[in-house]
Design a protein. Structure first.
Length: 316
């Protein structure tokens, strides 16, 4: 490997993230060896499973020049829809189809409003987030809704007596987003759209169609996240989605995806999610006070945004 390639490799944020993750694991394991136990490492992956799925959706949106701050409430709306149908005696299949339909349709709604109005996605999705929250409150009546164990097999069943099924669901969504963004014409056009929307339009890309599809895909990811969420908790409330979109956004930014669009990778975004999960679990293992954990989480968000802005200015 020549010197130029070495420098390029060291500038790859995914390499730097991997080094930081390994360093944290080594340090915390030296203090408490239980941190690197297989059971705890699997627990970390379980803890980030919902955020990981949403991070994949958020990274695709950011690369395409968008953003969605309604993800948490959209996930909950999909979840309470499934719980309501299950409580009315419908089968799991019908509930899942309805939940996925709600996720996709609400995502398409987000995309259509943003694409046709040409308004700032951040503001639009802040508004639709309240709409989805209100709908979730209406359906649930503000009460805790149970799934009656309908999705327990995803959270409780372990393949080879080690790996919960939910980890394979997470892996499937990561693979799907990776394939979409790296091996399809659609993914390449989304990246071009995020990099320079006007040039993408002039090159023949239907911006409205691609934005609507992109947000529809994000809605689908939210509905899958709702299923994984229910498999862990087996119940849901209208306010259960608070903070998930922020965590997904933070993970994506830490992973090298920028607010400018057209830059970053879903693999880097997932590494950002792993870093957040490792830090959170490490603080629990080391018995760090809850309020200190909140401060650390806030500091991570600030540092992620500053780092993203710094890298953008450096590239400019």
């Amino acid at each position: 490997m020549n010197e130029k390639n070495k420098k390029k490799l060291l500038k790859d944020q995914r390499i730097l993230l991997a080094i930081v993750i390994v360093a944290i694991i080594v340090v915390v394991a030296a203090i408490n060896p239980k941190f690197i136990a297989v059971k705890n490492l699997i627990t970390i992956l379980q803890q980030i499973s919902v955020t990981g799925i949403l991070t994949m959706a958020m990274s695709m949106l950011l690369i395409g020049g968008g953003i969605d701050l309604s993800m948490g409430n959209l996930m909950v709306l999909s979840g309470v829809t499934m719980a309501q149908l299950l409580s009315l005696g419908y089968g799991v299949g019908a509930a899942v189809l309805a939940g996925v339909a709600v996720g996709v349709l609400c995502g398409v709604f987000n995309g259509a409003v943003i694409a046709l109005s040409k308004c700032i996605p951040l503001i639009i999705t802040l508004g639709t987030s309240q709409i989805f929250y209100g709908l979730a409150l209406t359906i649930s009546g503000g009460r805790i809704m149970s799934f009656g164990g309908a999705f327990n097999f995803i959270g409780k069943t372990k393949l080879f007596d080690v790996f919960p099924v939910m980890l394979f669901v997470l892996a499937a969504m990561i693979l799907l987003s990776y394939v979409i963004m790296n091996y399809t014409k659609y993914g390449r056009r989304v990246t071009a759209m995020g990099g320079n929307e006007r040039n993408a339009y002039l090159s023949g890309i239907n911006i409205v169609k691609y934005k609507i599809i992109l947000y529809g895909i994000a809605g689908f990811f939210c509905s899958v996240a709702a299923i994984v969420f229910s498999s862990r908790i087996d119940s849901i409330t209208a306010n259960a989605g608070g903070g998930y979109e922020t965590n997904a956004l933070t993970a994506a930014i830490i992973g090298g995806v920028t607010f400018d669009g057209g830059k970053g990778t879903v693999s880097g975004a997932f590494l950002g999610c792993i870093l957040m999960g490792v830090i959170s679990n490490a603080m629990n293992i080391l018995q760090v006070e809850t309020y200190i954990q909140t401060i650390v989480t806030g500091a991570i968000i600030v540092c992620a945004v500053v780092l993203s802005n710094y890298n953008n200015r450096k590239r400019a």
